[in-house]
Write a protein that binds this ligand. Sequence first.
Ligand code: DCP
Length: 228
Amino acid sequence: MQRGLFSTENAGDQNKREKGTVICVEGNIASGKTSCLDFFSNTVGLEVFKEPVDKWRNVRGHNPLGLMYQDPNRWGLTLQTYVQLTMLDIHTKPSISPIKMMERSIYSAKYIFVENLYQSGKMADVDYAVLTEWFEWIIKSVNLSVDLIVYLKTSPETCYQRLKNRCREEERVIPLEYLYAIHSLYEEWLVKQTSYPVPAPVLVIDANKDLEEMSRHYEENRRSILSL
Ligand code: DCP
């Protein structure tokens, strides 16, 4: 279809046609994003892009994720600069399928994790300013459109339990309070919608249930989740 003077196609439609549909799965640490992505990964016409946690744990032999948890004041900027780069890379990666399903986004990296470091006094004003300049330049210069946000809403206690069970070395130091802080930033952003711009409609899913029940829920709501 040509997009001319008399075309009825709007910019959103044109974008979808060119980039496909982009769905971001959001939620607290250990809220079950990976299981959600795994569930949909065998859907025809859908490609999954997981958060590159392995890269955050090993960039040229360094572990910025581990360093950030050990000393957030010193290494918060280091990790979040790299997270921002890797998320930008995923947003701009061409998808071979009409639906691209991503784990988190460049938006939550900034509005949740960077904000949390800053608001809790663990990031210097200058570090926050530099990251914000980068973020604002990126979102105004690059097409990072998202069509749907699937928010896996969990209680911080559930996440804490799952976190303990999975035993990721770097995350041993995470206290329950940290998960509360991330939860409340997510709620303000995606549910109350009072903190930062929300780049797409939000579908809230109660993700406190066990894996089997979650899979049943995903199956029953496949069409609305895939925004078909
Ligand atoms: N992280 C961070 N800053 C970001 C994004 C993530 O510090 N901007 C941290 C939080 C976690 C780790 O990276 O310690 C990995 O994130 P998740 O726990 O959210 O990823 P999982 O794949 O483990 O999620 P889930 O358990 O929901 O599948």
